[in-house]
Design a protein around this ligand. Structure first.
Ligand SMILES: Cc1cc2nc3c(=O)[nH]c(=O)nc-3n(C[C@H](O)[C@H](O)[C@H](O)COP(=O)(O)OP(=O)(O)OC[C@H]3O[C@@H](n4cnc5c(N)ncnc54)[C@H](O)[C@@H]3O)c2cc1C
Length: 306
């Protein structure tokens, strides 16, 4: 039997074929995936991974697509969404167990509603918990890694493992998961009670700062990791704020965001990325390193860093 037939047999919901990934990324750019699949439970996910492993088919885990640039050629292989199989959220006495597909922003709201502090920074970050842990998402001096107590993973052969905090490491926009072949299924985050009024106030302040600083048009968040001084400042000093290539623009509001003006292609976005890198290197001797993950075409499967 063809492996594609086996894939269809494994899945309760048929795979989407040649699905444009522009529909699944916040910047609304990206060519089609051969297959986009939504395993309904962990057994289905395990079977998909085993099939991909046996047949040597590339696959990619899609979170909310908010830090992702998919090349125009699309993705040759299987894109896996965990939205159906990792969507639970259970509050306990001093921890909360959260599925990888749960929205980080929703979780921040839930923390605030229940009077737990520490996740206010995440309100307005449009990722999933899994993507946030993978990227160690953060803002306003805090990051998700500070709250993580335990992570449950599945490796690329379908084996599950529980990892305690001591076995994990986080740094600026980096987690050990970027160097491993595993999928984040679920995490336990620590809960710390705080003053509900103060939490609400902090969250509203951060949200309104975010609104004032960030562009409203479709984007993939910060394009580059911040060197000292900030990538946005360096790009602005290089005279590139507002620069347009095709349908993409370096945001006139924030130099480290590239926005889709309506008809951007990944090639447009990549041209702006190259231009910003070259100009900043030329003028300041600083090499900007992309924060966004780039996949598809001849990119690496898990999303190369640029
Ligand atoms: C308007 C805007 C504002 C933003 N603000 C911030 C900010 O303040 N701080 C910040 O840190 N980021 C910010 N971002 C970037 C982005 O939201 C975060 O990096 C987010 O954590 C990415 O999560 P995601 O689910 O969208 O991941 P995706 O973009 O879908 O994927 C990113 C990477 O994570 C991997 N991944 C996703 N889920 C899993 C999983 N379950 N297991 C293993 N790997 C996985 C993917 O394979 C990919 O390599 C912003 C983005 C936008 C568009």
């Amino acid at each position: 039997m063809e492996w594609t037939q086996r894939l269809t047999q494994i899945l309760h919901n048929p795979p989407l074929l040649q699905e444009p990934l522009s529909r699944h990324t916040s910047i609304q750019v990206g060519g089609p995936a051969d297959f986009l699949v939504y395993p309904q439970n962990l057994d289905e996910l395990q079977s998909v991974l085993q099939l991909a492993f046996e047949q040597d088919i590339p696959f990619f885990i899609l979170g909310n697509g908010s830090n992702l640039l998919v090349r125009d050629e699309g993705y040759r292989g299987i894109v896996i969404s965990l939205t159906a199989c990792c969507a639970g959220c259970y509050f306990m006495e001093d921890t909360v167990r959260v599925g990888a597909a749960v929205s980080l922003s929703w979780l921040a709201g839930e923390f605030a509603r229940r009077g737990y502090r520490g996740l206010e920074f995440a309100a307005g970050i449009p990722g999933s918990l899994g993507g946030a842990i993978f990227m160690n998402a953060g803002a306003f001096g805090s990051c998700i890694g500070e709250l993580v107590q335990e992570v449950v993973t599945m490796d690329f052969k379908g084996c599950r493992q529980k990892r305690s905090r001591q076995e994990l490491s986080f740094a600026y926009r980096w987690s050990n998961f970027q160097a491993e072949d595993v999928i984040i299924l679920e995490a336990a985050l620590s809960l710390q009670a705080g003053d509900p009024e103060e939490i609400k106030h902090n969250m509203e302040r951060m949200l309104s700062e975010r609104k004032a600083r960030h562009p409203q048009q479709p984007s993939a968040g910060s394009v580059f990791r911040n060197p000292p001084g900030g990538a946005g400042y360096l790009i602005e000093q290089a005279g590139l704020k507002g620069m347009v290539i095709g349908g993409a623009q370096i945001s006139p509001r924030h130099g480290n965001f590239i926005i889709n003006l309506g008809n951007a292609t990944a090639a447009d976005v990549l041209s702006l990325i190259r231009l910003a890198r070259d100009r900043v290197l030329e003028q300041f001797g600083i090499e900007l390193e992309p924060e966004i993950r780039i996949i598809g075409g001849n990119g690496k499967d898990r999303g190369e860093k640029g």
